[in-house]
Every structure is written in C-alpha cells, then in structure tokens.
Design a binder for this molecule. Structure first.
Ligand code: FPP
Length: 254
C-alpha cells in the first residue's frame, strides 16, 4: 500500500477526517480553487507582489498535501488565466519562472504526496521552454495515484468552450451533432476524463468565477473565504469541508 510519511494513506485520511469531524463518504472528489490574494497579502506586509506569489507557491504545496490527506482525489488550481497576460511584464515573467521552478524543484515533494500533475490550458501560448518543463513535470509524476493536481495555466473557460465548438463542427457530421449529449461535449474540453468539481473555493473575499471552469462548475458548491491565498492552511480547508458537508446538493431536484 502506498504510504505518506510512513503511515498508510488510510490511517492518515482517517485521522484528518476525525480531527475535523468530517464524514468520509461525503468528501468532495474534486476541489477547484481560485488562489486569489497573493498581491494583497504582500502589500499588507509592505513587500513586493512577487513575494506574495512566492508565499502562494508554498500555500499551494501545503494545499496539495492537505487535500490528499482528506482523501480528495482531484485538485484544480487556477495558476494563470488567459487574461493574466495583461499584468506588468515583470510580474508575468516572474510567474512563468515560478512555474518552471515548480516543475524542477517540486517533483520530489509531489511524488512523496502521490500527486500526479496535469497541465490544462492553451499550451501553444506558453514558451517552448516552459512547455517542455510542464511536459516533463507531467511525465515525472504520471505514476502517482493518491491525488491528481490540475494546474490551469494560460487557461480561459470561454476559449476552451469555443475551441470545443470549433472541433465539434469540424469533425462531426450534422447527424452526429444532432445526437450530441452533454457528456460528449465534456469530452471535448481540457478536463476530459476528469469528474466535474464538487467544491469551488475562492480566497481573498472576491465573489467571481473569472472565466474558470464555467461548464464544469455547473453543480459545484461554492465557498468564498476572506483569507488571502498565502494564508490558506489545513484549518481553513478543514472548515471549508465542514461547510461543504453541511450543504444539501440537489442537482435541480427536491
Ligand atoms: C492571485 O493573486 C494569484 C495568481 C495570479 C496566480 C498565481 C498563483 C500562484 C503563484 C500561487 C502558486 C501556485 C502555483 C501553481 C505555483 P493576485 O496576484 O491576483 O492577488 P491580488 O488579487 O491580491 O492582487
């Protein structure tokens, strides 16, 4: 059985569920997060914005570990939106170098946590060097099966849906398009083969979904928290999972 720090996965998950009084049968399979507030976290400390992103990277590392410890099987994080290119050049450069560093320095840790990484987004818009590193990160973690971490980089949901429409209209006949189901459409998205998120979290007190997984979040439970992303920790995740378990998901029924 795969182990995390010497204890079996099952024992570690049981302990975390018990600590937060959570029901094992009602843990979200897929959690999607907008990691917002790095800049404001830094500003509050009179630090440059990039320090917020650095601390945000540490919070990401911790979130992967903590999600796996609650038995969450998929974690999707919005690391860079297709709109984020509008930020100052220096900040964009820094974020791109951060993603590259992650692909080099984080492999050991991801493997330790049994985390398999998938990069989702418009990869053509990334530099060839970054594409190569992202591919290598996926390759080096592909054998892991405790949790799948989807890194959404250069991602925009409307664009993803538009691309799906274009592919469908180019490759399918009129009859096939007539018979198309919602499940079929899902298979044309970057998230093909990934179950839809059950829980959506946005940090930093902003109440928007900002072009993030618009199709996939249709039935997710939404939780917004005021804390800035670099402060997102085990306690915060545990509290959000308690909130999730207090909700009654009806999927449009009664
Ligand atoms: C939001 O903070 C965060 C981002 C733009 C995404 C980048 C996220 C990280 C660097 C976290 C680490 C994740 C990975 C995968 C390395 P913001 O700059 O929008 O904050 P603000 O709204 O306070 O300005």
């Amino acid at each position: 059985m795969p182990t995390i720090s010497g204890l079996t996965d099952t024992l570690i998950v049981d302990k975390h569920l018990e600590d937060f009084n959570l029901e094992s049968e009602n843990i979200p399979t897929h959690v999607a997060i907008i990691m917002d507030g790095n800049g404001r976290w830094a500003k509050k400390r009179h630090l440059p914005r990039i320090m917020g992103h650095k601390s945000g990277t540490e919070a990401f590392r911790v979130a992967v570990k903590n999600c796996s410890r609650f038995g969450i099987k998929y974690l999707s994080v919005y690391a860079f939106s297709s709109e984020n290119w509008k930020r100052p050049e220096d900040e964009v450069k820094f974020l791109m170098s951060l993603f590259k560093q992650l692909s080099i320095n984080e492999v050991k840790n991801l493997n330790k946590n049994g985390a398999r990484v998938k990069v989702l987004g418009d990869k053509e818009g990334l530099s060839e060097d970054l594409r190569k590193h992202m591919k290598s990160l996926e390759k080096q973690t592909e054998h892991n099966d405790v949790i799948q971490v989807n890194l959404l980089i250069n991602y925009g949901s409307r664009r993803e849906i538009l691309d799906a429409i274009k592919t469908i209209s180019k490759t399918l006949s009129k009859e096939e398009i007539n018979d198309l189901t919602e499940k079929d459409v899902s298979n044309y998205l970057y998230t093909k083969d990934i179950p839809d998120p059950d829980l959506f979290i946005r940090t930093s007190g902003e109440y928007r979904i900002s072009n993030f997984l618009l199709w996939q979040l249709s039935y997710a439970e939404f939780v917004f928290t005021d804390i800035f992303w670099p402060d997102f920790n085990l306690d915060e995740l545990g509290k959000i999972l308690q909130e999730y378990q207090s909700r009654h998901r009806r999927y449009g029924g009664l």
